[in-house]
Design a binder for this molecule. Sequence first.
Ligand code: ATP
Length: 218
Amino acid sequence: MHDSSNDDLVILGGTFDPIHYGHLRAVEEVRQALAIAQVMLIPAGHPPHRQSPWADAHHRLVMARIAVAHHPRFSVTSLEVERAGPSYTVDTLNILRQQRPQAILAMVIGMDAFLRFDTWRDWQHILELTHLIVTGRPGWPAAELPEALRQALYQRRCEDVGTLRRAPAGHILFHTVTALEISATSIRSLLASRQSPRFLLPDEVLDYIEAERLYQNP
Ligand code: ATP
């Protein structure tokens, strides 16, 4: 049995442009399901898989910090924001694994991201460094998987948390989370059309967006 440790982490990377309750609730549900004490949020600096973010990395980092400021189980790392060049998840996970050789690492990704996971740099190595928790998200039903991912699932899929907790990395678990149909895109659209996204994200984050006049231009 893998020794449970205080270093165990649920990890969520994203652009967080801006962070919202869809992100926070999904990762909190996974944290509770896996009985892991800590969550680490990793805002991407220069995401390789999508267009440039709307708010710069500093603002996205600050918004993530504000969102979890009152929640000691949550931390935010500036690891990717501070690194020059594109933010590759594998580089970040290598660092976290070096810092926590024995810990359970469980990286949350939405089903939408999982469907393209085989395009991520060194994706097979990522699966050696962390567990993958694939969360269902409204509007993204489980679609046809690329062959390489199907193979990986065949080797690594596990059906229960107990199996996953016996190893520090290497399993893929599908986990349904409460469907919150919130996206950063829809929040940015509301703001650009001068409507309020209040209650889709923490008030303190919205206060920051308003103070810094973020997302005002379509
Ligand atoms: P955008 O609309 O700008 O593409 P987003 O809201 O999808 O942004 P990201 O920062 O790209 O947010 O998401 C980071 C991670 O959080 C991804 O794995 C994504 O699947 C997941 N996620 C985003 N929104 C939700 C949600 N409403 N429920 C569950 N997971 C979510």
